[in-house]
Write a protein that binds this ligand. Structure first.
Ligand code: MRU
Length: 349
């Protein structure tokens, strides 16, 4: 079982404890968030990252935001909660799990609006912890549902980090690999380093090494060559938002990997919980793509790597069209040939 990436410490007056993922793999350091500004900052700067983990951080962030609201008036309380929710939602736009988690907390508050505010606060803390525990179960089910897709002797390519650090338990894409390892399958993983912030090199390689899984790190621009050499039999990645038709936003570079997989006749799998589906949007064209600071591209490996004054475009995600996706592995089952109809058959409307 991987280290918990995020935890609530204490009662309603407690705080969030999380691993600062920006320091991994060189340093395993915990940071403590006691107010909403600090958890907003932790999400924004990727101390905590990965769609399900951001969702959990948001729900615990709600608890931080409401714990000190000093009112017994329910309408004042609910208005304040909405303000906290909107503020946390402004941290990162693409992973829908954040908005899903925030909306669930708001719904629970309003379903309990006949209770005293003090009681609602405790209910919200319980809900945040419940969401975290549900995510643990979900990771395990994704692993079980996807494990048959890794065959003995396979080479598996992954991009970014969809592991324990990105969830409450052992990940989505990596859950499938952890489960395959538990079953004694022999397979090798190739991890794209994932520029600009190197989640593949820093986080995925770290997690897989700790789990005793055979992992080889490659630069992003090596994936085509490695596929051509016949070293990859399937690709498994995570997701940040999946539209109703199956178009999938994930870390920048995933779309390119899907094209390479198609060209080489390699199945391309997405592993994601139902909370990553955004059935309110018809296609990937409607997914908001986060753009991040130019410094992430003009610097790397601890130093400046580009000339001063150069223009930079730094989208953090791209959208893989459903037609490039062989199947989506969810906790409810595997959706083959993702389409609006096939998605609804497995996860409902
Ligand atoms: O910018 P990040 O590191 O939050 O991006 C993370 C990803 O793209 C992951 O693949 C995705 O969130 C799935 S995590 C289970």
């Amino acid at each position: 079982m991987p280290l918990p990436t995020i935890e609530w410490e204490g009662d309603i007056n407690g705080r969030i404890k999380l691993i600062d993922q920006t320091l991994l793999p060189l340093e395993l350091k915990y940071v403590y968030c006691e107010d909403i500004k600090s958890i907003w900052h932790a999400i924004k700067t990727l101390m905590i990252r990965g769609a399900p983990a951001i969702g959990i951080a948001g729900t615990m962030g709600i608890v931080l935001g409401i714990k000190n609201i000093n009112t017994s008036d329910i309408n004042t309380f609910l208005n304040e909660l909405k303000r906290v929710k909107d503020y946390l939602g402004s941290s990162r736009p693409t992973a829908v799990n954040l908005f899903w988690g925030l909306a669930r907390m708001e719904r629970v508050a309003s379903e309990n609006k006949n209770k005293p505010v003090k009681e609602i606060k405790d209910i919200l803390l319980k809900e945040a912890i419940k969401i975290q525990n549900e995510d643990k179960e979900i990771c395990r089910k994704i692993g079980e549902n996807g494990v048959a897709l890794i065959k003995d002797g396979n080479g598996v390519l992954t991009h970014c980090n969809a592991g324990g650090l990105a969830t409450a338990d052992y990940g989505t894409a990596l859950a499938v690999m952890f489960k395959a390892k538990e079953q004694g399958k022999r397979f090798k993983v190739f991890s794209d380093e994932t520029r600009p912030l190197l989640q593949g090199a820093r986080l995925t390689a770290w997690e897989l090494i700790h789990a005793g899984i055979d992992v080889t790190l490659i630069c992003d621009n090596m994936a085509a060559h490695v596929m051509k050499l016949g070293k990859i039999q399937c690709v498994i990645v995570g997701a940040d938002r999946i539209a109703a038709n199956g178009d999938t936003a994930n870390k920048i570079g995933t779309y390119g990997v899907s094209i390479l997989a198609k060209e080489h006749g390699i199945p391309f799998y997405v592993a994601a919980p139902v909370s990553t589906f955004d059935l309110n949007i018809k296609s990937g064209n409607e997914i908001p793509i986060e753009e991040r600071s130019p410094e992430e591209v003009t610097s790397g490996f601890g130093k400046r790597t580009a000339p001063e004054g150069v223009k930079v475009f730094n989208p953090a995600f791209d959208v893989t069209p459903a037609k490039n996706i062989t199947a989506i592995i969810t906790e409810k089952g595997v959706i083959n040939n993702p389409s609006t109809e096939n998605i609804q058959k497995i996860i409902g409307k």
